[in-house]
Ligand binder design. Structure first.
Ligand code: S3P
Length: 176
């Protein structure tokens, strides 16, 4: 029977709930919660929007890959990734290594509803831009081990579903 996963990695589009779910899931599993974007910001000493503006997306993606590599050495962690992390093959391979990956799937409507127009997400554009970006990325997200639709679930319901999936894989309870 497989061991409890060393890492649970949450992937998916902007607004899918990766951070909100990740924080709760970590508490439930008694794992540490890591947010890849926050780690990038800490390391760069700069907010994501400023990084994109001043250094460009390629520099951000390089930092993202570095953080994915650093995280791939850690145990008992839940990792929330940014919406583009699982799209780049190299970063995806690092995130998949020894981890259970979960695609938090979310409709375009739900994503648009949840994203605040506060300028913090440089790739969040109008509806047509977002529709095209989501369609382009879905084949990458689909490579996750499990999929949980978050469009009409609360973060707590999503966590319950992920825990069920982990338990199903292990055949035992992960609840303390
Ligand atoms: C991005 C999503 C963001 C952040 C960056 C790029 C993307 O994370 O990593 O703005 O490419 O979709 P969230 O998915 O948490 O918004």
């Amino acid at each position: 029977m497989p061991e409890r996963p060393a890492r649970v990695v949450l992937v998916g589009f902007m607004g899918a709930g990766k951070s909100a779910v990740g924080r709760r899931l970590a508490r439930r599993l008694r794992y540490r919660f890591l947010d890849l974007d926050r780690r990038i910001e800490q390391r760069a000493g700069s907010r994501i929007a400023a990084l994109f503006r001043e250094q460009g997306e390629a520099a951000f993606r390089a930092l993202e890959e570095d953080e994915a590599r650093a995280v791939s050495a850690l145990e008992a962690v839940v990792v929330a990734t940014g919406g583009g992390a699982f799209v780049r093959p190299g970063t995806r391979a690092l995130l998949q290594q020894g981890a259970l990956t979960v695609w938090l799937k979310c409709s375009l409507e739900a994503s648009l509803r949840r994203i605040k127009p506060d300028g913090s997400r440089p790739l969040a554009g109008n509806r047509e831009i977002m529709r095209a970006l989501l369609a382009e990325r879905e084949p990458s997200y689909r490579q996750a081990d499990f999929t949980v639709d978050t469009s009409s679930r609360t973060p707590r319901e999503v966590v319950d579903r992920i825990v069920e999936l982990i338990e199903g894989q292990r055949g035992t309870s992960v609840r303390p």
